[in-house]
Design a binder for this molecule. Structure first.
Ligand code: APR
Length: 166
């Protein structure tokens, strides 16, 4: 059995087995949710990230959570939005699928995602929410996985897009 919930808040303050970071391909920190996660986790996180040697768009990497309440951070790199294209949508689907696959492999039962690619990378929030919910449901149902997945929206606008997908 799996469950999916949606809430508004700051992902760095929440207690889950893992939280997902919207990172860049160099895994060297940034602004937005990436900056907030590194700030809350402390310098050990950046050290471990840099030792991973990067992460291509659509893939995911796992680190410890350091000073976060979460035990693990799963770093995934969303696509930069240029125009409506299937290619970018497939890459965003891969972010959710690959992050969830890593979670399964590490026996992670509770995981929280931010709205990957919808900030600095410019992916429109409506289509991004549809991909996030649709890909997650499909992954959990097809593999019969037991997991609690939470989508954490930073602002109310983003929350509405996720609520429209229920
Ligand atoms: N908790 C939850 N969500 C957050 C938080 C937070 N503390 N801070 C920001 N967000 C939300 C944003 O409002 C946005 O909806 O996360 C979503 C993703 O925005 P970004 O963090 O800008 O991520 P993304 O669009 O994937 O861009 C990634 O930005 O910080 C850099 O290194 C990162 O280069 C990479 C790029």
């Amino acid at each position: 059995m799996y469950s999916i919930q949606i809430l508004q808040g700051d992902i760095t303050r929440l207690e889950f087995d893992a939280i997902v970071n919207a990172a860049n391909e160099r895994l060297n920190g940034g602004d937005g949710v990436d900056g907030a996660i590194h700030l809350a986790a402390g310098p050990g996180l950046l050290q471990e990230c840099l030792a991973l040697g990067g992460c291509p768009t659509g893939e995911a990497r796992l680190t410890k959570g350091y000073s976060l309440k979460a035990k693990y951070v799963i770093h995934t790199v969303g696509p930069v939005w240029f125009e409506e294209s299937d290619h970018e949508s497939r890459l965003l689907e891969n972010c959710y699928r690959n992050s969830l696959q890593l979670a399964v492999e590490h026996d992670i039962r509770t995981i929280a995602f931010p709205a990957i690619s919808t900030g600095a990378y410019g992916f429109p929030p409506g289509p991004a929410a549809r991909i996030a919910m649709g890909t997650t449901r499909e992954f959990l149902e097809s593999g019969n996985h037991s997991m609690e997945v939470t989508f954490v929206c930073f602002d109310e606008g983003s929350l509405r897009h996720y609520e429209a997908q229920i």
